[in-house]
Design a protein around this ligand. Sequence first.
Ligand SMILES: Cc1cc2nc3c(=O)[nH]c(=O)nc-3n(C[C@H](O)[C@H](O)[C@H](O)COP(=O)(O)OP(=O)(O)OC[C@H]3O[C@@H](n4cnc5c(N)ncnc54)[C@H](O)[C@@H]3O)c2cc1C
Length: 295
Amino acid sequence: MEFLRPATWDEALAAKAEHPTALPISGGTDVMVEMNFDVHRPSAILDLNRITELTEWTVDGEVVRLGAAVPYARIIEELSGPLPGLALAAHTVGSPQIRNRGSVGGNLGAASPAGDSHPALLAAGRDVYVEAHSVRGVRLVPIDEFYVGVKRHSLEPDELIRAVRIPVADGPQQFSKIGTRNAMVIAVCAFGFALHPKDGTVGTGIGSAAPTPRRAVEAEEYLRGVLAERGLWESGELLGSEVVRRFGELVQAAASPIDDVRGTADYRRHALAVMARRTLTWCWNDYSKQIRSAA
Ligand SMILES: Cc1cc2nc3c(=O)[nH]c(=O)nc-3n(C[C@H](O)[C@H](O)[C@H](O)COP(=O)(O)OP(=O)(O)OC[C@H]3O[C@@H](n4cnc5c(N)ncnc54)[C@H](O)[C@@H]3O)c2cc1C
């Protein structure tokens, strides 16, 4: 097996162009496990650990550009203000050791329907983009076009993830995950939710309850309509149990889960409705408090 160790981003892109089947390795928390279990026997490994810009993040106006290899521990510590939903999701990943190594770039590269960053990225807004770089140029892939099948993404063989562009939160965000215990657990199912008062939209992300992570589009549209028609963004008044219940039902309907070792499809549907109702209520209560205290 060849071991490629580029020192710069340009060298990494050139190496990927020359060896399109080379398996990139960042934190290694997925790659090493899969190699140990013989899931992969790549002809070459492309080690991205010398490329320091992958571990940097910047804020450009209203957008965070999160380097692909920024580890979860730093997202929690440094980005819980601008990216609260992603920071909450990062809190639930593995253990401190995994959070020190694992990254959003690696979560995207693995594209597991159970990856915890996906629901938070999907909920964070319409303008979340994965930066896919190659020697041919840069492609901005909208997050909901990134996932194309179970553990399959839309990167071309010569492309690498440089960063993810995520809008700075303009309202409360939440993330909820169900596992068989409190830590070191793959999600039975998960849900991300965000309020976007600036453009009057809401964001959702379903994890581990469909072949790919996905948004609950009808639930988003339903809630957007109710909030606008009733002037709730301005008044901050309570939503009422009927709205919360209907939102939960629509989230549940957007999932297409399976029975597997971690849970049944029925349980996942039930749990999603509960998580949707809870995260909506938490976010709306926070938003409502902000509006009322500003009045
Ligand atoms: C004990 C344990 C517990 C875990 N718990 C969780 C959990 O709770 N939640 C969760 O979501 N995950 C969990 N994971 C899985 C893993 O930690 C995450 O998926 C993590 O985000 C992977 O990041 P990484 O940097 O280690 O990726 P790596 O293992 O380095 O790579 C993962 C995949 O992404 C590709 N890749 C990496 N970087 C790039 C890049 N820049 N461009 C293109 N492709 C790239 C690799 O080729 C590979 O296919 C756990 C893993 C372990 C071992």
